[in-house]
Each structure stands twice: as C-alpha cells, then as structure tokens.
Design a protein around this ligand. Structure first.
Ligand SMILES: [Zn+2]
Length: 295
C-alpha cells in the first residue's frame, strides 16, 4: 500500500514536471516576437544593458515612468509573482508563449503617490487588480504598476525590464523595446470604456468620416489619466457626433471640416468594449461621440 502510494506520488510529480516542461520545450525554438511595449504612458529609457551596477553588469533596460503607470504583458503567456527578493522588491516573471521569459522588477509598493512603502507585493498595489499568481495573460493585458520597490526605493520610479530568449541568459531588450507596439491606454479587455482625448486637430473630414488629431492628454472612464502625450490618432468620425464650440453652440459637419489644422480640440469616444486595437489606438478603432472646439 505504502509502495503504491509512493509510486502514485512519483507518477504525479512526473506529470507536474511534464506540465511545466512542455510549454518551454514547444516554444523553445521560436524567436522573440514583436512585443507590446511594457509600460503605458510617457517613458524615457536608454540602452543601459551591461552598465556597471554593483556586483553584476545591468541585466535590463530601466524604463523611467510616472509612479503607478500601467505595466502590461509584452506577449501572451503565464505570470508568476516573486515577492522575496530584497533587491528586486515586488517583481513578476512572464513566461511568454514564444519561450522568451521576461522579468518585471521594482513594481509599486506605495499606497499613496508618496514613497510610503506601505503597500505589499499584492494585486491592486504591485500587480494588476484581481490578477492571480500563475494566471495566463494576453499581450497588452495590465499585469502591474510601475514603482520603486526593492533597491530602487526612493530613487525615481521605473520598470527594470529583462528579456531572456528561450528562458536563457538575459540579452539587451533595447531593440525589442524600440520596435514595441505602444498602447494608448490599458483597460480590462472587453470592458466598456469611453475616452476623453485632448489635443490639436490635424484634419476632420465628414465625407470620409475620419478625424485625425495630435493627442496631448487622455483620460478613460475607468480612471486612467495620462498627460504629456504626443502621438497622432485617427478616429472614426461618427455622423451622430455631437459637435459644439466652447459656448455650447452646435457645429455642423461643414464647420468641423473647415476648422484649421492646429485648433485645440476635445473628443470623447463612444463607450465600447476595450479591444487590443482600441488600446493600441489603431486607425479607426475608436469612434467619436462628441467633439468640442474652444470658441
Ligand atoms: Zn535596472
């Protein structure tokens, strides 16, 4: 009886090993895919891979960003929390479907916007709300928040981002970050979201039902606010769009079409399920609901 139990346990542990080994082995020969950029909102970074940092050369690129900026999965995969490293602070591993492994280090550990260190390495503080250890995630899905935990404490908030092809040694993520697809915003996939977009008009064309703008700030109905943006965005200009000047007077489609390029503009988008295309701000993935022009 005892022996049989032992055999069962052995069989079970082999099965568990096989379960973990299969995704790595099957994805092991694939190249690093084109990534979704891991941070949403304004960032700065340089190729600081290999820079001297204490005992070891730097194994990552440090992506500087505002504290609590959304951190997202760069590809589909499975995440694993890690909370027991004094130097890394709150971190997680993303085991990408391609076989590439990514490390996200110094995630947020502050309750407020100050450096209070009162938050724990838990979902809602370091990790995305409701995210569970071991969860499968989709490319672009929020998995955490930028912070300064571990040995980044009190130093500027940033994401220390490592990239390990085939789960092996770290290589510089720089060229993958440079080619990364940058999200306009992050929201729970499928959740109904409306955006408020401020910036300058590039062109409105009611006949082709398009509106292009250079975006400077954004807020979502789910509470995300991003400032200091600079990107061009082309929306679908719905014929039902409510267009007004700042005094509240209605504007006709012709008025919109004849507006000068560079005019200040505020656009709200139709509430719609958050898709990856919408989150990327892909052309015509968002549809206008209202347009306001200062008088
Ligand atoms: Zn670093």
């Amino acid at each position: 009886m005892q022996k049989r139990q032992l055999l069962n346990i052995k069989a079970l542990s082999l099965a568990i090993v096989a379960l973990f080994a299969v995704p790595l082995a099957s994805g092991g020969n694939k190249a690093v895919p084109r990534l979704i950029f891991p941070v949403v909102g304004p960032v700065t970074y340089t190729n600081d891979f290999g820079a001297p940092r204490g005992r070891l050369p730097h194994q990552a690129n440090d992506i500087m960003a505002a504290k609590k900026s959304p951190v997202v999965a760069v590809e589909d995969g499975k995440i694993s929390f890690w909370t027991r490293s004094a130097s890394a602070g709150c971190m997680l591993y993303l085991y990408g479907r391609s076989g590439t492994m990514y490390e996200y280090i110094h995630l947020n550990n502050d309750r407020t916007m100050k450096n209070d260190n009162k938050g724990k390495c838990v979902a809602g503080t370091a990790y995305a709300k409701g995210l569970k250890n071991g969860a499968r995630v989709k490319a672009g899905q929020q998995i955490g928040y930028v912070g300064d935990s571990g040995d980044a404490n009190g130093i500027a908030a940033h994401l220390h981002f490592e990239l390990h092809p085939r789960g092996g040694r770290a290589v510089s993520p720089y060229r993958y970050l440079k080619r990364g697809r940058v999200l306009l915003f992050a929201a729970t996939r499928g959740a109904a979201v409306s955006l408020t977009l401020k910036g300058k008009l590039v062109e409105a064309d009611s006949s082709s039902q398009t509106l292009s703008m250079r975006l400077t700030s954004l807020s979502t109905s789910t509470g995300l606010r991003l400032n200091k943006l600079s990107r061009k965005l082309t929306l679908e200009l719905s014929p039902d769009t409510l267009a007004t000047d700042n005094s509240g007077s209605d504007l006709s489609p012709d008025d919109l079409d004849s507006l000068a390029s560079g005019a200040a503009i505020k656009v709200t988008t139709m509430r719609a399920p958050a898709t990856l295309a919408a989150e990327l701000g892909s052309p015509l993935a968002l549809t206008s609901s209202s347009v306001t022009i200062p008088a």
